[in-house]
Design a protein. Structure first.
Length: 142
C-alpha cells in the first residue's frame, strides 16, 4: 500500500524522482516498470505494472457506453521504467494534460499514485476542506 505525499520537482527533461521510500517496493513488485495515465480529476495516475494490468482489465470490461472513458484511461496510458537513479519520465502529452510544469505532488493512494501540479492540488484540497464531507463519512469515526 502506497501512502503519503511528496513534493517533487520535474527536471528539465520532464522526469520526477520517485521518493526513496517507494523505490524498493516498486523494484520488488514491478521491476521498476510503471504505467502512467490520465485521471478524470486533472492529475495523472502512476501504477506499478502489475496493478496497472489489473486496472486495465477492469476498464476493458466496461460496456460500450463507457467507450470514451476507456479511451481516456487506456488510450493515454504510457509504459515507463524507473532509471538507475529512480527517475521516471513523464511524457509531454501527459504533462500537458495534467498541467505539470515544475512543482508537483506525488500522493500514495493505496495501490497506485496520483501526480498533481502542486498549485492545482493545493487549490482543490482547500476547496474540498471547505465543502461538507461526503455522505460516505457520516458514520465514520475519527
Amino acid at each position: 500500500m502506497f501512502q503519503g505525499a511528496s513534493s517533487l520537482n520535474l527536471d528539465a527533461k520532464g522526469r520526477i524522482s520517485v521518493p526513496t521510500r517507494h523505490r524498493d517496493v516498486l523494484l520488488a513488485m514491478a521491476s521498476g516498470q510503471l504505467t502512467i495515465t490520465k485521471h478524470p480529476h486533472g492529475c495523472l495516475m502512476l501504477f506499478p505494472r502489475p496493478e496497472w494490468e489489473r486496472f486495465r482489465e477492469r476498464i476493458a470490461q466496461l460496456p460500450m457506453s463507457a467507450q470514451w472513458w476507456k479511451r481516456i484511461f487506456l488510450g493515454n496510458a504510457m509504459d515507463v521504467e524507473m532509471d538507475a537513479t529512480g527517475r521516471v519520465l513523464v511524457s509531454p502529452e501527459l504533462r500537458g494534460a495534467a498541467g505539470l510544469v515544475r512543482e508537483t505532488m506525488l500522493l500514495g493512494m493505496g495501490q497506485h499514485f496520483e501526480l498533481w501540479d502542486k498549485a492545482r492540488y493545493e487549490a482543490q484540497e482547500a476547496e474540498a476542506m471547505q465543502a461538507q464531507m461526503p455522505e460516505a463519512f457520516e458514520d465514520f469515526a475519527f
